[in-house]
Design a protein around this ligand. Structure first.
Ligand code: 9Z3
Length: 317
């Protein structure tokens, strides 16, 4: 028999509360909260949109003094590129990102950028070779403009504990923006984790033979975000699958179960080239990259910005 929805909702809320109670407290919480409050105060008046972009994969530590961890697939490319397009469209962006993942405006810099981008001149001064100068100038000027005009706030995470605490902090603070807020949840979030209180304190011994470990399910925070943290915001989540036969069905399930406005469905094999936007009015829109020179995120964010404007114009939608 299906569970009563109000009982299921209460259970999700309790699971979320238990998760936050037991999680190790966010380092630097007060400083991060102050910079978030300052950022949002600048955007609370006026009619502009504010989007929270999440990007990169969360880790699941196996030990409190962590040597080993489980990771999630995500380079941060999608979140970093999308941040650039949202800024271009006039949004203020809160970029919750995995430490060390791809960053806005740095996507076209060489991998080992510090060593590859600079050279020593005749008098040992540091200079940028001509071949890289236009990429470097564009990156610096776009980045500086976004920071100086207070349009980009970067908040880093590594673990699932940090990620969910940051998301909760940002979402509850963005609630004051009502329909002007958007969530674009591209981070690859762990489904399973080891609760902090049952986690080994020190490095797990290998002398004892095979390791048996039970992982708990991470509470479904999308549901809580929509229901309690920022109910009026425009919410876009991503669904990643490796089996194309279940992808759209899973995306539709997420749309209904968590009350998302849009679920972007993508398949690991071709996620850079094609995604399907599944929307709450029953629509399915395929977005494909027209050439390798183009970012799929340009089209995707363009469509979402239009849908978000309609959401703002029709507050009861
Ligand atoms: C995605 O599906 C993203 O599009 C990618 C982007 C992680 C594939 P990259 O960062 O990759 O450009 O290298 N993100 C969401 C993945 C996810 O964990 N979704 C959950 C799920 O599928 C729902 S929150 O269950």
């Amino acid at each position: 028999m299906a569970m009563d929805p109000s009982v299921a909702a209460r259970q999700s809320e309790e699971a979320a509360e238990a998760f936050f109670r037991a999680a190790p407290p966010l380092r630097d919480r007060d400083r991060l909260a102050a910079s978030l409050a300052d950022f949002l105060a600048r955007h609370s008046a006026g009619g502009g949109g504010v989007v929270c972009v999440t990007s990169g994969g969360t880790t699941v530590p196996l030990e409190q003094r962590c040597v080993r961890y489980i990771d999630n697939f995500s380079s941060g490319q999608r979140g970093a590129a999308s941040t650039e397009y949202f800024l271009k469209a006039g949004y203020a962006v809160i970029f919750i990102h995995r430490r060390g993942s791809k960053q806005p405006y740095c996507r076209f810099l060489p991998e080992d950028s510090f060593l590859d981008l600079f050279e020593l001149g005749e008098d040992s001064e540091i200079q940028v070779p001509q071949s890289h100068s236009s990429v470097v100038k564009a990156a610096i000027s776009n980045y500086r403009k976004a920071i100086d005009e207070c349009l980009l706030l970067k908040l880093p995470f590594t673990t699932i504990f940090e990620y969910l605490q940051l998301l909760q902090m940002v979402a509850t603070s963005m609630n004051c923006l009502g329909h002007r807020g958007m969530f674009y949840l591209a981070a690859a979030v762990s489904d399973f984790y080891v609760p902090w209180e049952s986690m080994a304190k020190h490095k797990i011994e290998s002398a004892g033979g095979p390791l048996n470990m039970q992982l708990n399910q991470v509470p479904k925070m999308l549901f809580i975000l929509r229901k309690n943290w920022a109910p009026a915001a425009f919410c876009v989540s991503f669904k990643l699958e490796t089996d194309p036969n279940i992808l759209l069905q899973k995306a539709e399930m997420a749309l209904k179960k968590y009350g998302m406005n849009v679920v972007v469905a993508n398949e690991l094999a071709n996620y850079k080239d094609v995604v399907v936007m599944v929307t709450s009015n029953g629509g399915r829109t395929t977005v494909s990259r027209r050439s390798k020179a183009e970012d799929l995120e340009a089209q995707l964010t363009d469509l979402l910005v239009k849908m978000h404007s309609e959401h703002i114009a029709q507050p009861n939608s």
